[in-house]
Design a protein around this ligand. Structure first.
Ligand SMILES: C[S@@+](CC[C@H](N)C(=O)[O-])C[C@H]1O[C@@H](n2cnc3c(N)ncnc32)[C@H](O)[C@@H]1O
Length: 531
């Protein structure tokens, strides 16, 4: 169904209305066979499974409002509208979560909205509906066979449980697209098979606790340039050890561990890169080699002092290196180059920023603390008549000059060295960018930065903030991990929820208009300078 111009009559936000409308269209138009092809290509399970419904996460409304919006999209809500909490999907700390069900067209297929109250933002990875298939048999042997066929097709188990209101055991999977199987009644044996081995909790805990080993192993092979050496084709351990000047047996054991994690492939004693491992090459688009060196090097050492930060509140980085990070980088050029390069290489999502902005045809874009200039380059290349200014600390300007010149933009950009706590930022921009800056500072210092930008910007100018916001209603893993990272590696850093950004902006001369999602749980928070 077309939503046409989405007006205020919907309680759901514009993006959620589109997602739900698209899902309803898909559910209405798609039969079991095509739906199975979408999630389990190459299997032939249409005899045993029927496409029952599509389930979507939405946020920021009540269950009643969501049901009313479903009705506006031509879906008949099933009574009662808010039947139960999806206890198997979300933690017990989500009192606001409810399930709203509706029937699409004349049925039998339906749509299920998992509704988070509050002002949550649904992460981009949740955009597509989870397709739920009902088993047509209640025979244990048939059900087990169907389950094994699904599991063999590749998707990984992703939780599950008994759904009392539907009297069904629901088994969730994630893979290319997410899906779930619903088997009639209580199926404890199947659930146990799905949820894992009896020692699964112990395995999971060991996996969690050995995260530092993975971080360091990746950093070491990145430092040695192993993925670069494999760029031309497979090599033996002896060849790799000779090229890198390390001990053959010890290198083999690290590579073997990383191969078990999917980073390399091994045939006998000969190694090659997987798609994942190729990200550690220095010459590929989206290379993460320097990020691996930074996280497993400088920031690994600071993370060692996490307990100090938790006990005292002092930044672990400052505790370990004797200076706050930006002063440390100003005094240590090699670390500064690694940091800038890692920032650029770990930021493939910056390429999506121009597309997420309504860029004006003319005027200037000012990138405040723009680092080595990659983001400004992407923006200026997307809008050839815009000019740019990059403002950052003096030791960063040289790197930015080189990157912008490399993009052929030297003539369109002004480079301004300064300190955003003391010096004025370039005035008169139509768009100001603050990318990965506010999360480095506490509210008071963010206020100083924002007021500085506000003094430079005319009313109506756009401020685009690129950050990794913490979802309002339930935590995404990446933003929460980065929140701890900011605590360790900045003096006053923290990630924030969209409503925390809204408050911060409002107190300092801006209005938050919209939060637009980017890959890797990043987002552009689009704000306007108020009069
Ligand atoms: C995390 S990096 C982000 C760089 C860039 N905006 C990006 O997204 O890739 C933080 C930037 O803030 C700059 N910065 C830190 N303190 C600053 C200050 N007092 N004045 C101006 N820039 C500063 C750093 O030099 C660095 O380039």
């Amino acid at each position: 169904m077309s939503t046409g111009g989405i007006g205020p009559r919907f309680a759901l936000g514009e993006r959620d209305v589109r997602r739900v409308a698209d899902a309803v269209d898909f559910i209405r138009a798609t039969g079991t066979r095509e739906a199975l092809d979408a999630v389990l290509p190459g299997t032939d399970l249409a005899r045993h499974l029927e496409f029952a419904h599509g389930a979507l996460l939405v946020a920021g409304v009540s269950a009643e409002q969501a049901a009313a919006d479903l009705a506006r999209l031509g879906v008949t809500p099933r009574d009662p509208v808010a039947r139960e909490r999806p206890a198997w999907r979300l933690g017990p700390d989500d009192p606001d979560v409810r399930v709203v069900r509706g029937v699409v067209g004349d049925g039998p297929r339906g749509v299920v909205l998992v509704v988070c109250g509050g002002r949550g933002v649904v992460p981009a990875c949740e955009d597509e509906p989870r397709l739920v298939f009902r088993a047509t048999s209640d025979d244990d042997v048939v059900l087990r066979g169907v389950y094994e066929a699904v599991a063999e097709a590749g998707p990984a188990p992703d939780g599950g449980g008994y759904d009392r209101s539907e009297d069904a055991t629901v088994l969730h999977f994630r893979g290319g697209r997410r899906l779930a199987l619903a088997a009639p009644g209580r199926r404890d044996a199947l659930l146990l098979r799905h949820l894992g081995r009896p020692d699964q909790a112990g395995r999971d805990m060991l996996h969690l606790m050995s995260g530092a080993w993975r971080t360091r192993s990746l950093a070491v092979v990145a430092e040695l340039g192993v993925a670069d050496l494999l760029a031309d084709g497979p090599k033996s351990t002896a060849e790799l050890a000779a090229a890198t000047g390390v001990r053959e047996d010890n290198l083999r054991r690290v590579l073997r561990y990383l191969a078990s994690l999917g980073v390399f492939a091994v045939d006998g004693d000969t190694w090659s890169s997987t798609d994942l491992g190729a990200l550690l090459r220095s010459d590929v688009d989206g290379s993460q080699r320097d990020l691996a060196r930074l996280y497993g090097g400088l920031f690994y050492r600071s993370f060692g002092a996490l307990e100090h930060t938790v006990r005292t509140g002092e930044s672990a980085f400052t505790h370990v290196f004797g200076a706050d990070p930006f002063d440390h980088f100003a005094a240590h050029p090699a670390d500064a180059r690694l940091f800038e390069s890692a920032m650029a290489s770990g930021a493939s999502f910056l390429r999506a920023v121009p597309g997420a902005l309504d860029l004006p045809a003319e005027g200037a874009v000012v990138d405040v603390a723009g680092g080595d200039g990659h983001l400004l380059a992407y923006v200026l290349r997307a809008a050839p008549r815009l000019r740019g200014a990059l403002f950052d600390r003096p030791h960063v300007i040289g790197a930015a000059r080189a990157v912008l010149a490399g993009h052929g933009l030297a003539g369109r950009v002004e480079l301004v060295a300064g300190d955003f706590f003391r010096d004025p930022v370039p005035p008169g921009g139509a768009v100001y960018l603050l990318s990965r800056i506010l999360h480095d500072w506490d509210d008071e210092r963010c206020g100083t930065i924002l007021r500085n930008v506000r003094s430079a910007a005319a009313p109506g100018a756009t401020l685009a903030i690129v950050e990794r916001p913490i979802p309002e209603s339930r935590g995404g893993q990446l933003p929460l991990a980065w929140d701890v990272h900011m605590m360790v590696n900045n003096v006053h850093g923290r990630e924030r929820t969209p409503s925390e950004y809204r408050k911060l902006l409002c107190a300092n001369g801006f209005r938050l208009d919209e939060v637009r999602p980017l890959p890797l749980d990043m987002a552009v928070l689009v704000a306007t300078a108020t009069g």
